[in-house]
Write a protein that binds this ligand. Structure first.
Ligand code: GLA
Length: 405
């Protein structure tokens, strides 16, 4: 059995699927489709909500949304998707009552697009009574629950589609990313940072986004994987996770405890020199959580410098150190992720680490072109030997951010 899927997802097919679903559910043709990508985070994990640094890139997998304004004058939004049989329908002026307190009344997946509609209206200077009702239909080829930000892809696609349709102010990408984060935090209830939305909205082909999560200043960093003969391999463990429950929020709380103990606004303000003092102030678990964030911030800065000075083949050790820190200090890895990383390294990967929030999802491996099959085979064999379900393995390439198709 082969578990390798190196096909580039066919964007046109997915956009067509969104269009076809739209026609089927709503009985008319959409006016257009918009799309936004998922992301891989190259390095900088759990640093975003600590005002720190991240280095994600958008991938070629995208969520497409077909849209048409309603012509019947009704102030209503309907959302349909290929991943749910039901169409959700809400009056636009009911959104304020639904989010966040009554979100349970909204089907789980629909909280993402409806949350964006709500947060977009709230953030804009536009008089809500001047916008039209809309119908939206979604199709996606971003793997769900794989840690590749399928949720940010829905948010990004919805945000650009609605912002253009409604002509809302502000329209800039950072503002739309904040809208997406608010939907995720308050409409979905996941206490996540802003990395995924920024990557999905700002992505560029062949480049990563170096983001300062305090100033939200973003720099485009050339990756040059192809010129260096490198591929970025994703090993999706199939272990599902949710950031709306449990571990993610606990990690965030530990970071806030650490910052409070040191009397700083966020862990961004803590340097390795502060760690001995922190050890006197907090328990061992909190100490290790903070140490992960502090060292991870430094690794992001080191990765950016190494990419610029030496190219991507030189960042392997930083990726490996990042994984070790998440496994041992932040404790968000799972055996499947550790197995994927170890197998990739043993088969000659330049570097490997888990990517995203953890507790499941995917690992990434930076691999020279001629070792991709060996890494694929090694990970597949290691999973079988450990009695884990077979992983899904494919390559990703840094791709453009959200746009009208
Ligand atoms: C998830 C969140 C992000 C970020 C990562 C961990 O992907 O959505 O905001 O915190 O986890 O780096």
């Amino acid at each position: 059995m082969t578990t390798t899927d190196t096909r580039t997802p066919r964007a046109r097919d997915t956009a067509d699927a969104a269009r076809a679903l739209f026609a089927e559910r709503f009985g008319i043709e959409p006016v257009g489709t918009w799309s936004a990508p998922g992301r891989v985070n190259l390095i900088g994990e759990h640093t975003d909500y600590n005002d720190g640094f991240v280095l994600p890139f958008a991938i070629q997998h995208r969520t497409h949304v077909a849209l048409a304004p309603r012509t019947d004058g009704l102030f209503r939004v309907r959302v349909a998707s290929t991943f749910d049989d039901a169409t959700a329908e809400v009056e636009l002026d009911e959104l304020d009552a639904l989010f966040p307190d009554r979100r349970d009344e909204v089907p789980e997946w629909a909280r993402y697009p409806l949350g964006v509609a709500w947060a977009l209206l709230a953030a804009s200077d536009t008089d809500p009574s001047t916008v039209t009702g809309v119908d939206l239909a979604f199709a996606s080829n971003v793997p769900i629950g794989a840690g590749l930000s399928s949720s940010a892809a829905i948010e990004g696609a919805t945000a650009v589609a609605l912002a253009e349709t409604w002509g809302v102010v502000p329209l800039d990408r950072v503002a739309l990313a904040k809208v997406g984060r608010r939907a995720e935090n308050e409409a979905v209830g996941a206490p996540t940072g802003i990395m995924d939305q920024m990557a999905s909205l700002l992505g560029r082909a062949d480049a990563a986004i170096f983001l300062d999560c305090r100033s939200l200043e973003a720099q485009v960093i050339d990756l040059g994987f192809a010129d260096a003969g490198l591929e970025l391999v994703v090993i999706d463990t199939g272990v599902k996770h949710s950031h709306a429950t449990g571990g993610y929020g606990e990690r965030r709380a530990a970071c806030e405890r650490g910052a409070a103990a040191l009397g700083v606004p966020a862990l961004r303000d803590v340097t390795p020199d502060d760690l001995p003092r922190l050890a006197e102030l907090v328990d061992d678990v909190t100490f290790r959580r903070v140490r992960h964030v502090v060292t991870e911030n430094q690794r992001v800065l080191d990765t950016v410098r190494t990419l610029r000075e030496q190219g991507p083949a030189a960042i392997g050790d930083l990726l490996v150190a990042s994984h070790a820190s998440m496994r041992d200090d932040f404790e968000i890895s799972v055996p499947e992720l550790d197995t994927a990383v170890e197998a990739a390294l043993s088969a000659g990967a330049v570097g490997a680490r888990m990517t995203g929030g953890g507790f499941g999802g995917a690992a990434i491996a930076l691999v020279s072109h001629d070792r991709v099959q060996a890494v694929t085979d090694a990970a597949t064999a290691a999973f079988a030997a450990a009695g884990f379900a077979a992983p899904t393995i494919f390559t990703v390439s840094p791709s453009a951010g959200a746009a009208r198709d």
